[in-house]
Design a protein around this ligand. Structure first.
Ligand code: MN
Length: 239
């Protein structure tokens, strides 16, 4: 059976020290690729400069992965000193991808920065740092990238309750920004113990604040989440 093509929106990073060329790189990592492949999709990276309309029309779904902070200008706020490094050109590229995928009704899956840029593209706002949300919970746990570090409560009738058939699971957490106000038509699908938003959905858009692809490198608990996304992509493709 033909596999759905999943476009991965890359992250722009500075040149690695091993390279003599003074050029940035466009990257993804093996965990995102593994998640798509294991769930039955064909991963393909879309690069800046590509004809977005044409590339989205060739694809069956799009993955927005983790990465840099979103420029506060994108959601109409002044930069706080706690905001990290941003890349407006990358933000504009990702927002254009999201808008075109929505126009062409292609399923979208957002992870970490992905949930933030999707919410921004839909008119929502972000906390520029977890401390500004007033949380007592530590969400930036870089010490254990593959481990569940906090619980989330899953909303009834959400895509997550359909996938996991429970009202609570534990997830990893490597973010310092999070959703403040939701974008137009965005439904909250899960919240952390501190009330912060950990998952959203809108039509065939799904997004999570944690890193299921990283957890999947250790155990299969998150595989059904990737399978759900690929199933949506197949539905859209009628295969
Ligand atoms: Mn978290």
């Amino acid at each position: 059976m033909e596999k759905p093509i999943i476009l991965i929106a890359p992250e722009e990073v500075e040149k690695p020290s091993s390279s003599a060329f003074p050029f940035s790189w466009q990257i993804t990592n093996e965990a995102y690729i593994n998640g798509i492949v294991r769930a039955g999709g064909d991963p393909l990276m879309i690069l800046p400069g590509a004809d977005i309309k044409r590339m989205i029309s060739l694809a069956d779904g799009i993955l927005l992965q983790g990465g840099a902070d979103v420029d506060p200008e994108c959601y109409g706020e002044e930069r706080n000193t706690l905001c990290g490094k941003t890349n407006k050109r990358e933000d504009n590229f990702h927002i254009a991808l999201i808008r075109e995928a929505i126009t062409q009704k292609k399923p979208i899956f957002g992870i970490c920065r992905g949930i933030q840029i999707i919410n921004t593209a839909l008119g929502g706002t972000l906390y520029q740092d977890e401390s500004l949300s007033g949380t007592a919970l530590e969400h930036k746990r870089l010490d254990s990238p593959l481990e569940a570090v906090h619980k989330i409560s899953i909303e009834k009738d959400s895509f997550l309750s359909e996938i996991f058939k429970t009202d609570s699971i534990s997830v990893n957490s490597l973010h310092h920004q999070m959703i403040k106000s939701t974008g137009e038509g965005v439904i909250v699908a899960a919240r952390a113990e501190d009330g912060n938003i950990e998952a959203i959905e809108k039509g065939n858009i799904i997004a999570v604040q944690w890193h299921p692809e990283a957890m999947l490198m250790k155990e299969d608990l998150m595989l059904p989440l990737f399978k759900y996304f690929i199933k949506q992509c197949k539905k859209e493709k009628n295969i």
